[in-house]
Write a protein that binds this ligand. Structure first.
Ligand code: PBG
Length: 334
């Protein structure tokens, strides 16, 4: 066997493959496409209503009729799935969040209207009580103000069944209660929704990046306290693997890490450890940071959008929930 010296400069010049656009295209390890995106959409009451969200520039709440129009826009650009979030009217919010189980709530109206008009787009629905509770927490409170686990899971099961009956394709529990994936899976099977998927918000952190979202669903002003008693501690990475393992064992079809960019290490660890589709949520505060940076000229907006979204693919994501989905799809479609 001839022996060769360890390859080194100048035999190896990594800049060779970077020298031209065609070569960079040929050697790209990952590609972004509109099919990678799930577009979050906020739904509000009324007809012909668009309500811009000040802390989320460029994002609005839409009444159901206009949400249908947005669904058409998304489908035309090749975006496969929408994530729906309701801005529940104040008089429908209560301590127990019971409106989440109303078959005629905004979420169900939006599901039916979009499925009717744009049947080929997937609909992912948020399972959690915070858009429906008067206190803004994701679950039911005991006298001490603690978010109780098991009674909340019962309510989430009812909410998920309500959404599935309305036509949801993927129910996505974002509440971080223990045991809710198994309970929801069992109920979906029992009620004839065997093909309704579950995307578990498996590793969801108690994050400071959710502020604009809470404005969008009207829960920021009313939220008492924080969510650290159920959402994960940003200090923990290994614990995310336990969360993911449990959700997979309980029947999750896919798992999500949230927020996105500050938690790409978690995405990569989850992807390495498990053979399941991993998604990330580039959350509202991340979107707002990019918009703020672009607005002051700190970076080129289009490039910031595409680079951050590519980072999710590189980290191992199957797809990403992003408020930039429409802009990014337009850029990618050229
Ligand atoms: C609540 C929920 C939140 C988000 C999605 N579902 C906020 C929270 O946990 O307080 C945040 C999404 C975003 O910031 O874009 N169940």
């Amino acid at each position: 066997m001839p022996s060769f010296p360890a390859p080194a400069y100048p035999a190896i010049r990594l800049r060779r493959t970077r020298a031209s656009a065609w070569s960079r295209a040929l050697h790209a390890e990952h590609r972004l496409s509109p099919a990678d995106f799930i577009w979050p959409l906020f739904v509000t009451s009324g007809e012909g209503v668009e309500e811009p969200i000040a802390s989320l520039p460029g994002v609005s709440r839409w009444s159901v009729d206009l949400a249908v129009a947005r669904a058409r826009d998304a489908a035309a650009l090749g975006i496969p799935c929408l994530a729906l979030f309701p801005n529940t009217p104040a008089d429908k919010r209560s301590d127990d969040g019971a409106h989440a189980l109303d078959p005629d709530n905004l979420m169900c109206q939006a599901i039916r209207a979009i499925k009717d008009a744009v049947p080929d787009i997937g609909l992912l629905t948020d399972v959690a009580l915070d858009p429906y509770t008067a206190h803004g927490q994701d679950g039911l409170l005991d006298e001490a103000g603690y978010v109780v686990n098991d009674a909340t899971v019962d309510a989430l099961v009812g909410q998920a069944l309500n959404q599935a009956a309305a036509g949801a394709d993927i129910v996505a529990p974002s509440d971080m209660m223990d045991g809710r994936i198994g309970a929801i899976r069992e109920a979906l099977e029992a009620e004839g929704h065997a093909n309704v998927q579950i995307m578990a918000y498996a590793a969801k952190y108690a994050s400071a990046f959710y502020g604009p979202f809470r404005d969008a669903v009207g829960s920021r002003g009313i939220l008492k306290g924080d969510k650290k008693g159920y959402q994960m501690d940003p200090a923990n990475g290994t614990e995310a693997l336990r969360e993911v393992a449990l959700d997979i064992a309980e029947g999750a079809d896919s798992v999500m890490v949230k927020p996105g960019l500050p938690y790409l290490d978690v995405v990569a660890r989850v992807k390495d450890a498990f053979d399941v589709p991993v998604f990330a949520y580039q959350v509202s505060g991340e979107y707002a940071m990019i918009e703020a940076a672009a607005a002051v000229g700190a970076g080129d907006r289009d490039a910031l959008i595409l680079e951050t979204l590519m980072a999710f693919k590189r980290a191992g994501c199957t797809g990403v929930l992003t408020y930039h989905a429409l802009d990014a799809a337009r850029l990618l479609n050229g």
